[in-house]
Design a binder for this molecule. Sequence first.
Ligand SMILES: Nc1ncnc2c1ncn2[C@@H]1O[C@H](COP(=O)(O)OP(=O)(O)OP(=O)(O)O)[C@@H](O)[C@H]1O
Length: 128
Amino acid sequence: MEKRRTWREVFQNAWDGVLATASTERNFKVHLALCAAVLLLGALLQVSRLDWGLLCMAIGLVLSAELMNTAVEAAVNLTVGERIHPMAKKAKDAAAGAVLASALFAAVIGLIVFIPPLLRLAKDWGWL
Ligand SMILES: Nc1ncnc2c1ncn2[C@@H]1O[C@H](COP(=O)(O)OP(=O)(O)OP(=O)(O)O)[C@@H](O)[C@H]1O
């Protein structure tokens, strides 16, 4: 019978997945950089606890979608190899669509959270 993994091994495998994706997937690196910028801006503008919650949800959603997209790509490539197949296209396009949907959601959250304090700042500095 297969040996049950320890919690440590479970987390280690999951972390390996994050690291492998971060080192190979350009889109994931871009999203990580954007997430860091969002966290920095949130700290600089001292957004509310509720806004932090929204930002964390958006970040979690985008990074999760990127990781799932990478998993789907790897699984499809493993299955079809070099062959072109309409179901491979469907799976990869749907996974890419999930990333797009999450990124659009995150962009809307970013606008809702950051526009009011940025407008206030612009008024305070006499730019508006
Ligand atoms: N085996 C295949 N059969 C049919 N269409 C495919 C196949 N592999 C990829 N495609 C099409 O090409 C697109 C790009 O696939 P690819 O594997 O290059 O991912 P990618 O866009 O490079 O992903 P990422 O940039 O996130 O690594 C897919 O969304 C799909 O439309």
